[in-house]
Design a protein around this ligand. Structure first.
Ligand code: AN0
Ligand code: CP
Length: 319
């Protein structure tokens, strides 16, 4: 596997899941693969889970790991071409990337959407510069529009907790005080569309996700109708994707607190499991009692980040 960005990169999901459970049963089975190989993780944004789980997965595979927080200690990087660099940015990404590529075998990139220019974000400008100029295989650790390591971990979690038959999985928007990217819901929708589940997406009008990610999912604007009979409730805030109205891109155009997942919302479901990628703000996305309830599987979901990443790094080392 030369890159890991979209669900297609991982190939058949049954095989990827089988590999995930094999690794979960024996995390150190492929320890020889990473010998004398170096992973470089580049963070333009904060992280808890991605940083720790990716490092752990790399260590399980016997890799060396270098972590760079671009905004804490490195030169400030210019990402745009054609600018006169007389501001606070000392180095251009187009020199920094090939230099980083010299010191490693694999590169993971976390670079969130700027949420001001839809075209720039949806062209995955920063990620594509890494792919083009690093000379090394690159994987997404949440980029402008996708978070595949999270979606793969979510898929593993649904597989582990589902009962008999095809589960009903509901991706629901929930309110938030800051404008957040669409990467998590985009990838979740993309991966669930590829999996054997009944996917329903619910959000206020105007928050339509990009059609390439919605795929064949059913969109239901009535949150209660969407949640009825749900086996899994996947809550997430995202800012306005600017699909319906381009001028709204990256903005908060709904603050309706009736979308917060509380016990009443969960009572409409089929004893549904509550999921969230974390970090989560209680009182906005979900109430304390729901996230602390026995039906909340946010911690095993986060634990599966080590597993999804182990499969991805293994595949990239084998390539
Ligand atoms: C990020 C987001 O919503 O994309 C990261 C989630 C994994 N969340 C925040 O910035 C709070
Ligand atoms: N879920 C997730 O990616 O969390 P972090 O932002 O803490 O890495």
């Amino acid at each position: 596997m030369k890159s890991f960005i979209n669900v297609q990169d991982i190939g058949p999901l049954e095989k990827a899941l089988a590999e995930a459970f094999e690794i979960k049963n024996d995390r150190y089975k492929y320890q020889h693969l990473g010998r004398n190989k170096t992973l470089m993780m580049i963070f333009f944004n904060n992280s808890l889970r991605t940083r720790l789980s990716t490092q752990k997965a790399a260590m399980n595979l016997g890799m060396n790991v270098i972590v760079l927080d671009v905004n804490a200690g490195a030169w400030k990087l210019e990402t745009e071409r054609g600018v006169i660099m007389n501001g606070d940015k000392s180095e251009h990404l187009l020199e920094a990337i090939p230099v980083m590529g010299c010191y490693c075998d694999l590169i993971g990139v976390r670079s969130f959407a700027g949420l001001t220019d839809r075209e720039y974000d949806y062209a995955e400008t920063v990620l594509n510069q890494f792919i083009r100029y690093s000379g090394k295989p690159v994987f997404a650790m949440e980029t402008a529009t996708v978070h595949p390591l999270q979606a793969f971990a979510d898929l593993i979690t649904v597989e582990e907790y589902k009962g008999q038959g095809r589960p009903k999985v509901v991706l629901t928007w929930a309110p938030h005080c800051r404008a957040l990217p669409q990467a998590v819901p985009n990838s979740f929708a993309q991966w669930m569309n590829a999996a054997d589940v009944d996917l329903v997406i619910t959000h206020p009008e105007g928050y339509e996700l990009d059609p390439q990610f919605v795929g064949s999912a059913r969109v239901e604007y009535d949150q209660r109708k969407a949640l009825e009979g749900a086996d899994f409730v996947y809550a997430k805030n995202w800012s306005n994707p600017g699909v319906t109205n381009p001028a709204d891109y990256g903005k908060i155009t709904c603050e309706d607190m009736s979308w917060t997942i509380d016990t009443e919302h969960m009572s409409w479901t089929n004893n549904g499991k509550f999921m969230h990628c974390l970090p989560v703000r209680r009182g906005l996305i979900v109430t304390d009692d729901v996230i602390e309830s026995p039906n909340s599987i946010v911690i095993p979901e986060a634990a599966n980040r080590e597993i999804s990443c182990s499969v991805v790094l293994k595949r990239m080392l084998e390539a």
